[in-house]
Design a protein around this ligand. Structure first.
Ligand SMILES: *Cc1c(COP(=O)(O)O)cnc(C)c1O
Length: 354
């Protein structure tokens, strides 16, 4: 019997991969090197006993949304949660993208924005960041006029370059545009500026955050967006019923009680990032300033791929971005524990000085 083929565009898609190799020093996916507080785990274990596992969870995730709303001083109706921020991005595109609509992205940037757009059959307009990987205001105006995007994606700090999109960029993006402006702030807590400061029920602005990075909860798959009520409602209408399981909802609610501990870990990682940056500056590398928990760098005297291989031989895994558009020879290192960062910098010195 003839087998049904997947959608033609889907058959051509490559999916999204990051190597999961067994190594001693894992600095490739921007996770937190620290586990969540032990008290959080214990509190969660206690909550598990209270969950009615034979019943569906709270479909509206109301308590979780209320706690997130308190954190950001907004209303629960302005909070939408998903299984990781990637599912939030997918809901946005299901609701506001789709056939005959366009999503605008500024490359180089997080590959999943355009990947999810394509899966939802949204056209992708690709604009380029300038040579410093910032978004030029004049070209921003032009790109929006041309593409007339239903959704414009900004990523701040931008993965993988580490830079923050300025308030002026977002301002122009919002004024120029009747579409939705999405700011992916997966690394927002590491940065000095957040688009949340612009948030307003009357503005078509959605700020997306995640528990995966700063909250040390990548395994929990929980993300959210702060957006006007009408954006939240549209996303709720495309999501599957009961998409957030009871355990995940409790994990998020309890995590928010440990905000101080989260902030301590963020401060520690920012200190480590600044230390590592200073050490990288002494080597034969091109570097980009970062406001996230990673640093993008390019070796000047050897190929990026070879450097990546040499680090891997020493059981250190960083992200190989060297085949991505405009990032030839670039690698991205996540900030680890002080010990991991030392092992990395010593190996790097060794390889580059060989
Ligand atoms: C890591 C990352 C995410 C996180 O995705 P989750 O689904 O929340 O784990 C989102 N956006 C960017 C830019 C990221 O780097």
């Amino acid at each position: 019997m003839e087998r049904i083929a997947p959608r033609r565009d889907v058959a051509l898609m490559k999916g999204y991969h990051s190597a999961q190799v067994d190594v001693e020093v894992r600095l490739n996916t921007n996770e937190s090197p620290y586990p969540p507080p032990l008290e959080w785990k214990q509190a969660l274990a206690q909550q598990i006993e209270k969950i009615d596992f034979n019943r569906y969870p709270d479909r509206s995730a109301w308590q979780l949304r209320s706690e997130i709303a308190k954190l950001h001083k907004v209303e629960p109706e302005q909070v939408f949660c998903g299984n990781g921020s990637n599912e939030v991005l997918q809901a946005i595109l299901l609701a506001f993208g789709g056939a005959s609509r366009t999503a605008l992205v500024f490359e180089p940037t997080y590959a999943l924005h355009s990947h999810i757009a394509r899966i939802t059959q949204t056209n992708v307009a690709i604009a380029q960041r300038d040579e410093n990987f910032s978004i030029n205001l004049d070209s921003l105006v032009k790109e929006i006029e041309q593409a007339k995007p239903s959704v414009s994606f900004f990523c701040s700090p931008n993965n993988p370059t580490g830079m923050v999109d300025s308030p002026q960029v977002l301002d122009v993006g919002l004024k120029q545009n009747s579409g939705l402006v999405v700011v992916d702030e997966a690394y927002g807590q590491f940065s000095s500026f957040s688009a949340l400061s612009l948030f307003d029920e009357e503005l078509p602005l959605a700020v997306v955050r995640t528990f995966s990075k700063t909250w040390s909860m990548a395994a929990s798959r929980l993300g959210y967006m702060i957006a006007p009520t009408w954006v939240v409602q549209a996303c709720e209408s495309v999501i599957l019923p009961y998409h957030l399981d009871a355990l995940k909802q409790q994990a998020g609610i309890l995590a928010l009680k440990f905000e101080k501990e989260m902030q301590q870990r963020v401060n520690e990682l920012v200190d480590q990032r600044n230390l590592l940056f200073a050490k990288l500056e002494e080597l034969d590398l091109q570097l980009w300033p970062s406001e996230a928990n990673f640093i993008l760098f390019r070796p000047l005297k050897m190929s990026g791929y070879r450097l990546w291989e040499e680090l891997l031989k020493r059981s250190i895994l960083v992200r190989d971005c060297s085949s991505w558009p405009r990032l030839d020879n670039c690698l991205r290192v996540s900030i680890g524990t002080p010990q991991e960062n030392n092992i990395f910098i010593q190996a790097l010195q060794e390889v580059l000085n060989e």
